[in-house]
Design a protein around this ligand. Structure first.
Ligand code: ADP
Ligand code: ZN
Ligand code: ZN
Length: 726
């Protein structure tokens, strides 16, 4: 009898699995275990997908696996099934799907790290130092953070980036000590507020489904109490000894959520995100796998956390594009969360103040149950919203008198105003008034953004930097003028106009360091002092600023005029999220929206009837023209130094489509950005009304692409359910 063959997933971008003979040391190999195998000229760690593969012809020539790394499978049956599903659905390389699921430290041929978690706590002297207020800066912040009880290194990583320097100082001074968390260390808990009727209904609905699969969409604006609903449900799951997974779109949102989870639940919370040190991440993952970790908070990749005792999966801000991975294995963590919940037999709760059209369509189709939170317990009134027609006004650096007047009133009352502009830098264009020349990126053929502080022209697509020319390179005129506004210019204009009020700019430039953002905001949270914030979408999320009463949106027109069919949805979500920053506490909020298109139907409807109504109109439009979520898309992208290489590959890919496939084909055509970072780009868009037909046609095709001779001359990728087409 011929020996059974192992089928192994290796972390390579190929649409295949690899067959090996079992390691010489014998049997006991099970799916989900890692094996070390010879690969190419070296070795690789792979995951065993199947052990009972019928030896194909030529099995005699197969290489033998070197070593079994796990006696017990590292990936359980559910994860193995889900990963196989995911690789199939997103038409990805199976090996890359498995690699995404394993923390980097577990992709090496090393023994598993021990599960214990390093923790830090206050000593008695530390507590008195905190009470005496004898420390400053980072040390003081760390002492204060530890006042509620011991914290794990991963928790500290999430809420106090750079904490280790302070920890070392305090350890040397005997103010803190290092320990190890043991299962079941109890923490103090804080009582929940009495829930509103709507919150109770939402909790009851989901709690009633604990123990079986049911997706829910929890629709409630920021501040409506969604997080309280999550907390109540996680408590229920905990009471049954079950694990909960809570996904958030960005790590920036995690510290506040983490603090609330910790204060409420009285159990350690595992944090899993990409900024975590690899060892920490692997240990957190393993604690989840052992069932010891009961509450897991994480960003996109945490959707792969093992949940042997799963009780509940929650995806907060489910509409957020950050859940979609945009390179390598292009999965969508929200969609995968739903698939996992089904495999695990648990309810999944998607929460958002501005649900995606995909999720709303799923409610409409009866697949998801909708739950609503309409009141905002933290706020007295919803903010008043007013459109400012820019056409009729004299603008000062893009700011209308109405807007400036409202800012003046706000700061005079001692309150804070936020001026929102979704563009970094000083001005999006540097322009010659004499001849019409403007500075373009040579590698993208798009305008370079003027950055005054960095004294450079910067390409926001490829990060190309150029010097600011002293005179026009085309005609020699000295009059080069910045055109349009970025946050830097607005900051300058507002600082000049309000010299006595602090003006804070918050965008990716000013918050390069991870802690800088929290730090900037902390100053605004504590004191009731006037301030003007200028910022990009970074400010649209989370971050409760009780003294912020005015949100002035400096421009929305780019979003209204975009050719991307998702632009309206994104604009509506962004407007509602930013507007939600106004008046969260006891003071009423006000929102101003500057536009050259005051009669645009989307704006009108959003203002008059709110997001839900606007979303229904957008859905009706999508249905009429058969766009997602009523149709399904797969995008093949290709890029190369030479345009002909791109064209040849896409033409060959198109010709390779199965005969009679019945799909809608758009292209091959140049990408909306035909040149980027010096590379020619093209695409082929495939669409079908029926997802199953789309996949049936594309599965064999996708596996074939890698073998096309023209594929060797391009970089290409497949994107299933692309969220942008650029
Ligand atoms: P969301 O997650 O929808 O933004 P949160 O759960 O963070 O909303 O609630 C917003 C604010 O209102 C928080 O400060 C929260 O503590 C408070 N809050 C929520 N629900 C209640 C309630 N039932 N009673 C009192 N305060 C509440
Ligand atoms: Zn010129
Ligand atoms: Zn560029």
């Amino acid at each position: 009898m011929l020996p059974a063959v192992l089928r192994v997933a290796l972390p390579v971008p190929l649409p295949t699995l690899f067959d090996y003979l079992p390691p010489a040391s014998g049997g006991g190999v099970r799916p989900g275990s890692r094996v070390l195998v010879p690969f190419g000229r070296g070795k690789a760690v792979g995951v065993v997908v199947a052990t009972d593969v019928a030896p194909a012809v030529g099995a005699g020539r197969l290489k033998r696996a070197l070593r079994l790394l796990d006696a017990e499978p590292l990936l359980d049956v559910e994860l193995m099934q889900t990963l196989a599903w995911a690789a199939d659905y997103w038409l990805g390389a199976p090996g890359e799907a498995y690699a995404n699921a394993l923390p980097l430290a577990l992709r090496e041929a090393k023994p598993l790290p021990p599960l214990g978690e390093e923790t830090w706590s206050l000593t008695i002297i530390g507590r008195s130092a905190l009470d005496a207020g004898s420390r400053r800066g980072g040390s003081r912040t760390l002492l204060a953070e530890l006042a509620t009880g011991p914290l794990g290194a991963a928790e500290l990583d999430a809420c106090l980036p750079g904490w280790r320097a302070a920890a070392r100082r305090l350890l040397a001074a005997g103010l803190v000590e290092r320990g190890e968390r043991t299962a079941g260390s109890a923490l103090a808990t804080r009582a929940a507020p009495p829930l509103s009727v709507e919150q109770q209904d939402a909790v009851a609905a989901v709690a009633g489904s604990l123990g079986h699969y049911q997706p829910f969409l929890l629709d409630g604006v920021t501040g409506s109490g969604k997080t309280e609903v999550y907390l109540a449900l996680i408590e229920r799951a905990l009471a049954q000894g079950r694990q909960s997974l809570l996904l958030v779109p960005e790590i920036g949102l995690a510290p506040q959520t983490l603090r609330r989870l910790r204060e409420r639940l009285g159990v350690p919370v595992e944090v899993i995100h990409s900024n975590l040190a690899e060892g920490e991440r692997a240990r957190a993952w393993l604690r989840a796998r052992s069932g010891e970790a009961k509450v897991i908070l994480g960003t996109r990749s945490a959707v792969f956390t093992p949940l042997p005792q799963a009780g509940l999966v929650i995806v907060d801000e489910e509409h957020d594009g950050a859940y979609k991975q945009q390179d390598g294995f292009r999965y969508h963590a929200r969609d995968l969360a739903v698939v996992r919940a089904r495999a695990l037999g648990v309810p999944v709760l998607l929460g958002s103040g501005t649900p995606s059209l995909e999720s709303l369509a799923n409610v409409e189709a009866g697949r998801y149950r909708a739950l609503h939170l309409r009141a905002r317990p933290g706020a007295v009134h919803p903010p008043t919203v007013q459109i400012v027609d820019m056409r009729a006004q004299r603008l000062d650096h893009g700011l209308s008198p109405t807007l400036l007047h409202a800012v003046a009133e706000t700061v005079t009352r001692g309150e804070q105003a936020l001026v929102f502009k979704n563009r970094r830098g000083y001005a999006p264009v540097l322009y010659c008034h004499a001849c019409g020349w403007h500075a373009d990126c040579p590698r993208c053929e798009r305008p370079l953004t003027l950055h005054a502080g960095r004294r450079a022209l910067v390409c926001h697509h490829c990060d190309h930097h150029a010097r600011i020319p002293a005179a026009c390179p085309a005609c020699g005129a000295a009059e080069l003028k910045p055109q349009g506004q970025g946050t830097e210019r607005l900051e300058e204009a507002l600082a000049a106009r309000f010299p006595d009020v602090p003006v804070l700019r918050i965008d990716r430039e000013t918050t390069r360091r991870r802690d800088a953002f929290e730090h900037l905001l902390d100053g605004l949270r504590d004191e009731a002092k006037p301030a003007i914030l200028v910022g990009t979408q970074m400010l649209a999320k989370g971050h409760d600023l009780p003294n912020l009463t005015l949100v002035a949106i400096a421009g929305v027109d780019e979003g209204l005029l975009s050719v991307d069919f998702r632009a309206s949805e994104r604009l509506a979500q962004q407007l509602v999220q930013v507007a939600g920053r106004a008046g969260r506490a006891t003071k009423p909020g006000r929102v101003l929206l500057q536009t050259h298109h005051p009669d645009h139907p989307l704006l009108r409807q959003l203002l008059a009837q709110g997001y839900a109504a606007a979303a229904q109109s957008l859905l009706a439009e999508r249905r009429q023209v058969m766009l997602p979520p009523y149709a399904h898309q797969v995008l093949l992208r290709a890029e190369a130094a030479q345009r002909t290489a791109v064209d040849t590959f896409l033409a060959a890919a198109c010709a390779a489509l199965p005969p009679g496939h019945g799909l809608q084909v758009a292209g091959p055509m140049p990408a909306p950005m035909p040149l980027r970072a010096g590379r020619q780009r093209g695409q082929l868009l495939l669409e079908a009304a029926n997802r199953r037909e789309l996949h049936a046609a594309l599965r064999p095709w996708a596996a074939q692409l890698v073998h096309l001779p023209a594929a060797r001359k391009v970089r290409w990728s497949l994107d299933v359910d692309p969220i942008d087409l650029y």
